[in-house]
Design a protein around this ligand. Sequence first.
Ligand SMILES: NC(=O)c1ccc[n+]([C@@H]2O[C@H](COP(=O)([O-])OP(=O)(O)OC[C@H]3O[C@@H](n4cnc5c(N)ncnc54)[C@H](O)[C@@H]3O)[C@@H](O)[C@H]2O)c1
Length: 275
Amino acid sequence: MINLEGKVALVTGASRGIGRVDALTLARAGADVVVTDILLESDLESRARAEQYGPLAQVMQSTGQVYTERTAEAIRAMGRRSAAYRMDVTNPEQVREVFARVREEFGGLHVLVNNAGTLDHLGQIENQRDELWERDLRVNLTGAYTCCKAVWPIMKEQQDGRIVNMSSVAGTLGGFGQASYSSTKAGLIGLTKSLALEGARHGIRVNAVAPGIIGTEAFKMGTGHQDRMVARTAFRRVGEPEDVANAIAFLVSDLARYITGVVLNVSGGIELFTF
Ligand SMILES: NC(=O)c1ccc[n+]([C@@H]2O[C@H](COP(=O)([O-])OP(=O)(O)OC[C@H]3O[C@@H](n4cnc5c(N)ncnc54)[C@H](O)[C@@H]3O)[C@@H](O)[C@H]2O)c1
């Protein structure tokens, strides 16, 4: 059985979607969970900040689809410890502060899920906006690197660390109109495998999951290509955030103690040859 009792986990980008369900699933498996995001529902300051994070953040904030603090409350209601912190993964100082605070208040940090990501634009290379290319690299790839670097000394000292990076089938297959997104998701696979090699001697395992099409709030708002994407899956349906969260719970549990450096597809077979 998956049992994470006694472990402290932190999920980035957990205000909604896959990250929120990851946090709840890890808590159900017994972990204390710190829920982090750029958006917190009670933080008036972050309302203004939503503008800075682009149209998707603004829509989510204005339609109330921000559940960071409510997720932490739900976890506490399960009898686990939890807190919601604002943490922008592109801000290394803030990341270090939050991790130091978690270590102090929760007594350690054993599980890191690098989930924060940007999934809000499509555009072929000629129309790729340079600032979005830079932003995607900063959030999806450098953000995960920053969090891994900040957690490393803590996990090393504990001789116990379990990291999961959120890649995507766009990182393994490429994606039409997704040059920046898929490049960051491919980059995360390199980061995962390199850190798996470096971490093994310190009791740190590093793996990745590569979801296919998952029916999150952001996906449902989507691009209008949903039906075509669904038709490419072997199951002919989208996945649920729980499908990804369950894979992550397994990878960070002791059941996966001999698994490091893998990329686990959670994709309904979208990468298989089908017609
Ligand atoms: N939904 C899918 O079909 C799918 C498929 C493959 C991979 N993924 C990946 O899964 C992850 C979650 O996707 P989702 O569908 O839940 O998307 P989402 O947009 O709902 O969630 C992304 C979260 O990241 C947060 N975030 C954005 N920028 C941030 C920053 N600078 N610092 C901290 N947090 C930040 C957002 O506020 C949001 O809570 C992403 O990494 C995405 O690329 C999703």
